[in-house]
Design a protein around this ligand. Structure first.
Ligand code: 5AD
Ligand code: SF4
Length: 466
């Protein structure tokens, strides 16, 4: 049994990152049986679930969409806000019920929630039917944990800085677009955020491994890769090998893969060289997700974000001036402790100036163990909800306006599948990451086609193949 420890999870040493090979157990003992996997949270979790799927398939298990059919149930959880917790604990009720009728079911809980002390304490006290709790640092052990479980409760969570695992197998959800981890963890310790505790220190994969993976994906016919990290522009800092995210982006661009995206960027170390590289290569998509969090200098300081409103706006201007047709999206938190009406108006002011193409907006949620969770807060939930609503009205207005600008234009769209809205249409994304439902034959799935944009809504576009 290894329990999470938030104090340990906070430690950052100067030790170089440790590189290891992930060896999945191969054992067909579950052949003919099924697994059910439910994923919460960010792209990092979605990609981790592709690893979890490969591990479960190596045990002979086959995926099912129906939880009641499964012998193995895995929840890959998120800890970023309290409502993510609530969803998981709500779902556990269904699993508890199922397990009463079928005690042979193996239930495993992984992801960021497992890294939290309070969650594991609650599991120990109130959820004895959960067989396995594994963390973000030992996903590769899941196969062995399942094989050796024998219907007892096993908690194996490590609160460490973390290693870099190579040779990881993935069952990728798409044959067209692929996630590629370039680094793990986060050292920024924004005062509201739990991620540096749940994901460990910033550690980069070696560039040659990333290029090998992208090259292979290109050979397999993938059209697009998204480079993943909590803070992609910190890539390489821990390696001391003389290369940075700029070097990596250029090398990935040179592989010739058709489309390259990256998430998430931090405004703090977004260098002019990065902007130059993005504008230089046609296969690096002109789409930047640049979290603002707040437009108030006072709140930004309390958040530990390391930039001011003016510095952020200056960066946005550079991006807009230098990258042709760039689209910019963001994350914004309202209701950080003691956020005043004026602080909130500063956020709205940035939104009015940047006119984002889209944004994810959140009400601040205190996370146990983070510095912000200890700050007194004089703002009511009702006020926070009102601010979120005022913010969302603005965000939706600008999103629609930016979509309307594309009507009548021809956009390159990578087609990913049949449209959910209309089975006679296909859907895909523009270079600027705008969702388009397209009137076109199904054989364009997997291809980049020219689309005439005919209509704009707040969150999507309509078009016809040119
Ligand atoms: N409360 C609300 N939103 C948060 N985020 C991170 N931590 C919190 C929190 N405690 C948001 C940030 C981040 C996004 C992934 O989630 O906006 O960029
Ligand atoms: Fe969280 Fe800040 Fe790190 Fe993003 S940069 S993961 S918000 S601590």
């Amino acid at each position: 049994m290894n329990l999470p420890d938030l104090k340990k999870a906070k430690i950052r040493s100067d030790k170089p990152s440790v590189y290891k090979i992930a060896n999945d157990v191969k054992d067909n003992c579950f052949k003919g049986q099924k697994f059910y996997l439910k994923t919460y949270g960010c792209q990092m979790n979605v990609h981790d679930s592709e690893q979890i799927k490969a591990i479960l398939e190596n045990l002979g298990l086959e995926e099912t969409e129906v939880m009641e059919e499964a012998l193995v149930i895995v929840l890959n959880t998120c800890a970023i806000r309290e409502n993510a917790h609530d969803k998981v604990f709500g779902y556990l009720g269904r699993i508890k019920h199922l397990k009463k009728e079928h005690p042979e079911i193996i239930v495993a809980l992984g992801g960021c929630m497992s890294q939290e002390e309070s969650v594991v304490e609650e599991i120990l006290k109130r959820h004895p039917y959960i067989n396995i709790v594994f963390g973000t640092h030992n996903i590769h052990e899941l196969g062995n944990l399942i094989l050796n479980n024998h219907n007892k409760q096993d908690i194996e969570v490590y609160s460490e800085e973390g290693c870099v695992y190579e040779g990881v197998n993935y069952h990728r959800d798409s044959k067209i677009t692929a996630w590629v981890n370039i680094m793990y963890g986060c050292d920024k310790f924004c005062t509201y955020c739990i991620v540096p505790y749940t994901r460990g220190k910033e550690r980069s994969r070696k560039m040659e491994e990333i290029i090998k993976e992208v090259t292979l994906l290109k050979e397999e016919g993938y059209q697009e890769v998204t480079l993943l990290g909590q803070n992609v522009n910190a890539y390489g800092n821990d390696l001391n090998l003389g290369y940075s995210f700029v070097t990596l982006l250029e090398e990935v661009a040179k592989t010739g893969i058709h489309r390259i995206r990256f998430v998430t960027s931090h405004p703090w170390n977004f260098t002019p060289e990065m902007i130059d590289i993005i504008s230089k290569y046609d296969n690096i998509m002109p789409y930047i997700h640049l979290p603002l969090q707040s437009g108030s200098d006072r709140i930004l300081k309390l958040m530990g974000r390391r930039y001011t409103k003016d510095e952020y706006l200056d960066l946005i201007n550079k991006l807009k001036n230098k990258i042709k047709d760039v689209t910019i999206t963001t994350d914004i938190i309202v209701g950080f402790p003691n956020e005043s009406e004026q602080d909130f108006l500063d956020t709205l002011d940035v939104v009015n100036k940047v006119k984002y193409d889209g944004a994810y907006t959140f009400i601040y949620s205190p996370r146990e163990g983070t510095p912000a969770s200890k700050m007194k807060d004089n703002v009511t939930l009702e006020e926070k909800e009102k601010r979120l609503q005022r913010l969302n009205e603005k965000i939706n207005q600008y999103s629609k306006e930016s979509n309307e600008k594309l009507v009548g234009k021809v956009e390159e769209v990578l087609i990913l599948g049949i449209s959910e809205k209309d089975c006679n249409k296909v859907y895909g994304y523009t270079r600027g990451m705008k969702l388009v439902n397209v009137l076109a034959p199904k054989d364009v799935i997997g291809k980049i086609i020219n689309v005439l944009i005919t209509d704009a809504k707040s969150f999507s576009l309509d078009g016809i193949q040119k």
